[in-house]
Design a protein around this ligand. Structure first.
Ligand SMILES: Nc1ncnc2c1ncn2[C@@H]1O[C@H](COP(=O)(O)OP(=O)(O)O)[C@@H](O)[C@H]1O
Ligand code: SF4
Ligand SMILES: [Mg+2]
Length: 320
């Protein structure tokens, strides 16, 4: 069966002056069917947002897709015309962009924001769009009497609900949520996660949930992809990966999750380089300088992402 979404070998770089940074390096990921849920976890700068933007075909200068493909229902997304992209974004795949709740139009009400999505992408009349927008806003927890309030009149959690309503408006098959709760306090964070979970289950949506906090994933997604410096280092069912992490970086993420003194913030921070830092060649494992298990081979050979057990993939010489 043709998978819903098939990303293969996607490589993206950002070119600033003469220097090019490879933000995503040969990433492959499949969303086989509707209802498939996956968390993408990794520290800041690991390429998570770039992956989401790549799926939306929204990589813009100074970024460029160097190679790879994104197939939605078997069709190449990276080659779509602007017109075809209009039918793909929002309608097939929608993204809750990182920090979107802070960039709502201050002059538009919650209702206006959702109405605009309908008017831009459907044949609905203004009256139909308003009616549908009010229904949708109330479904995500914004009561009709508040629908005409402006962004500054809402709390962060409520603004995030507006953004989620916009993303759900056209009933996409896949929802990409990029750190949708990172600016919110713990109680509100839980409410937003519950809302996402409910909407995903109700609409049979596939979810790609991007976060630097692995702690948010249990109960929300069934699968996980762990990214480090633009590459997937481990991938598999969430329960398997959390209970027996294999890649040393995943092990570290999971250990900090379990240790009593871990703070939520520390999970997203970059791992400190070890004292015996050595400049790495292009072929080395990118985790070498931070890995307590590193051995000679790690400095000279890039580990490939290979199946180790069951549905699990790991990129580490310890296992291959
Ligand atoms: N617009 C941009 N211009 C230059 N470099 C960028 C840009 N966006 C991302 N990058 C670089 O790409 C890498 C991955 O970034 P990103 O995908 O935003 O990671 P994450 O979402 O995991 O924090 C980082 O090294 C970042 O500096
Ligand atoms: S390949 Fe080597 S350095 Fe890289 S994660 Fe595995 S053991 Fe550590
Ligand atoms: Mg990001």
């Amino acid at each position: 069966m043709t998978p819903l979404l098939n990303i293969s070998d996607l490589t993206v770089q950002y070119r600033l002056r003469k220097r090019a940074t490879v933000a995503m390096d040969g990433v492959s990921l499949e969303i086989p069917v509707s209802g498939y849920t996956v968390g993408v976890v990794g520290e800041s700068g690991s390429g998570k947002t770039t992956l989401g933007m790549g799926i939306m075909n929204m990589i813009e200068k100074p970024g460029e897709v160097v190679s790879g493909s994104v197939l939605f229902q078997g069709k190449e997304v990276l080659g779509l015309s602007d017109e075809m992209l209009r039918g793909y974004r929002w309608q097939q795949v929608a993204m809750v962009y990182q920090s979107a709740m802070n960039s709502l139009n201050p002059l538009s009400s919650a209702l206006d924001h959702v109405v605009e999505v309908f008017l831009e992408h459907t044949q609905m009349s203004k009256a139909e769009a308003s009616q549908e927008a009010i229904r949708l806003l109330s479904e995500v927890g914004i009561r009709p009497e508040r629908a005409r309030s402006f962004p500054h009149e809402f709390s962060g959690g409520m603004r995030q609900r507006i953004v989620i309503a916009m993303a759900l408006a056209l009933k996409p098959k896949i929802l990409i949520a990029d750190e949708p709760t990172s600016a919110l306090d713990v109680v509100v964070q839980k409410q937003i996660l519950r809302l996402l979970k409910r909407e995903v289950a109700k609409n049979g949506l596939s979810l790609i949930f991007i976060t630097h906090e692995i702690a948010l994933l249990p109960g929300l997604v069934d699968n996980v992809v762990v990214m480090y410096k633009g590459q997937i280092v481990e991938q598999g069912p969430l329960a398997t990966v959390i209970y027996s992490p294999k890649h040393p970086y995943t092990e570290m993420l999971v250990n900090s999750l379990l240790s009593m003194d871990s703070t939520r913030e520390s999970l997203g921070k970059k791992v400190p380089e070890s004292d015996d830092f050595v400049a790495l060649g292009a072929d080395a494992c990118k985790f070498t300088n931070r890995c307590k298990y590193a051995f000679e081979r790690c400095r000279v050979e890039k580990p490939l992402l290979l199946q180790t057990d069951g549905d699990r993939l790991v990129a580490c010489h310890k296992y291959n």
